[in-house]
Ligand binder design. Sequence first.
Ligand SMILES: C[S@@+](CC[C@H](N)C(=O)[O-])C[C@H]1O[C@@H](n2cnc3c(N)ncnc32)[C@H](O)[C@@H]1O
Length: 168
Amino acid sequence: MRAVAPGRVVVGADFSEAMLRHARVKLAARAARGVGLLAADALALPFGDRTFACVTSAFLLRNLADLAAGLGEMRRVTMPGGLVAALEITRPGVRGWDAIFGVYFNRVVPLIGAAVAGDRAAYTYLPESVERFVAPPELARMMTRAGLRDVRYRRLGLGTIALHVGAA
Ligand SMILES: C[S@@+](CC[C@H](N)C(=O)[O-])C[C@H]1O[C@@H](n2cnc3c(N)ncnc32)[C@H](O)[C@@H]1O
């Protein structure tokens, strides 16, 4: 954001202190300045209404205990006319490719996670959370119900990632 809009204040939030430590290391490696980080719950953001010109999330939504509430919070803290953008993993939704993706994600990823990261549980949770999560058209409808306008999405990464954008 600061690269395209210098002078803007950028704030990153996660409720995991461990993830915030990773973020601090990454920001330091990029010599990024003017980016604040804080521990915050996406279901109760510690910001006033209409604070930000743009609110984004990356791979957050499928982890929320209450998706509608999280979308409502993103909209609440966005200025009128500002944008809400959400990146999330999704099933490709194309017969054939969907099956291949399913085998890779449900069978291969947990094995790789166990071998490389030593954490099979985390890489079993990952495909399960994608499986449970709403498909892109339904997420677009939920964003609209949360009060966002002109919601659209496009698929990236061979259809496995969806980028949703809506206006507050
Ligand atoms: C898959 S990670 C993505 C992390 C980071 N956004 C990225 O793209 O690398 C999902 C993150 O969502 C965070 N998370 C889940 N529920 C949350 C909530 N209610 N409030 C804040 N963060 C939450 C987790 O702590 C975790 O760091």
